[in-house]
Design a protein around this ligand. Sequence first.
Ligand code: HEC
Ligand code: HEC
Length: 403
Amino acid sequence: MTRPSLALLLALLLGAITLSLRLAAAPAASATPYGRKLDVPALTEIGRALFFDPSLSASGRVACASCHDPRFAFGPPNDLAVQLAGRDGRMPGLRAGPSLRYLQTLPPFSEHFFDNDGDDSVDAGPTGGHTWDGRASSGREQARLPLLSPLEMANASAAEVAAKLRHGAQAARLKQVFGEEAMADDARAFDAALLALEVFQQSPAEFYPYSSRYDEVLRGKAQLTAQEARGLALFNDPAKGNCAACHLSQKTPDGAFPLFTDFGLIALGVPRNRTLPANADPRFFDLGLCGPLRTDFQDRPAYCGLFRTPSLRNVALRRSFFHNGQFHTLDEVLRFYARRDTHPAEFYPPGQKFDDLPPAFHGNVNTEPPFDRHVGDKPALDDAEIAAIVAFLQTLTDADLRR
Ligand code: HEC
Ligand code: HEC
């Protein structure tokens, strides 16, 4: 089965909705429709409309979909390393926009993750959470960030968003689902929009269709070409790409299809992107899990440089890769994996390996294959092997997005 845990997911989702409604309901609000059974299709429709609505931004020009374009698996539609938004629509962000597909089972962040699909006695370390550093605990918490970030949709407050909702195209539908009283309250109106956005992002057909050619192969309905099959073998081989150690490629023991990530947070030592305006300041470092965007682990040096492993589903549609958008083709990314340690001069200024991390944190950087080499060694992958892995990655594009 493609989605063996769909029923479970739905149960979890409905549980989460009920919970959130309980949280959102003010003590004196028992007469509001919060006690009512929620209409998931209606919430999905509202969430979809809000997702594409630029009037929710301060500039009136930026919607969620501006950075998360459905034609690009809800990732960026261009090759900018970071998108431009903010109050004037021209403020550069700090990080590459991720794809929003296949996040439906993303666990909330935890420092010690025990996977119940595999060996549950192994502590996989920091895992999960929304965003590159895992700082948002749910889709709902996540949506709060862009709506209020001065670099993104740039609303000054929840009240500013609530006012837009009351006058926006979804006003009547929101009132119908959440009640007049709730929509009159700034905090609860804002919460209603976050919930609708979260529910929309759980729509199976739009966000996790499992329709790639590789899914067809797993269903026994298609075959990889010889080159793609070679790429998959190299992807899985612990002594070659070793990609599957983090980007899981096999069905889980209970039959769920692979998401091509274990959601773990790892430091790869990605080179500093000198085109990012924030990086013009040589003292500025985006250190991921230890800050500065995330603030709860600023005193944990072992967490500096760690970013969440992204899914590789639909990765061939992306035109900027890694948290800082440093690379623009899959070939460049693969060369980085294969040659980071054998040919560091191809990626870093002379004598400055791991130039996007202060030296105190260099020890955090992963050194497992293909990163287990030294200058003078043979790279783990040659050009033909890199091409084979890239060919395999192209089989991970969903059917509705193939061009
Ligand atoms: C200006 C571009 C921009 C806009 C507008 C934007 N996002 Fe994002 N989105 C990003 C970036 C960049 C990140 C990564 C943030 C980080 O790691 O700190 C992100 C991360 C996310 C994530 C986390 C994905 C993951 O893999 O954990 C979700 C979910 C998301 N955005 C949903 C939304 C929603 C919903 C909206 C509209 C309310 C929105 N975004 C508006 C750029 C944008
Ligand atoms: C030790 C875990 C690990 C291994 C092994 C690994 N990756 Fe990754 N991968 C990551 C992490 C973590 C990131 C994000 C790093 C960042 O942005 O700083 C990433 C990012 C990527 C990206 C960029 C995706 C995007 O949306 O920007 C691609 C492509 C990728 N990996 C492919 C591969 C391939 C192919 C291999 C094997 C050659 C591989 N990875 C091996 C952990 C791993």
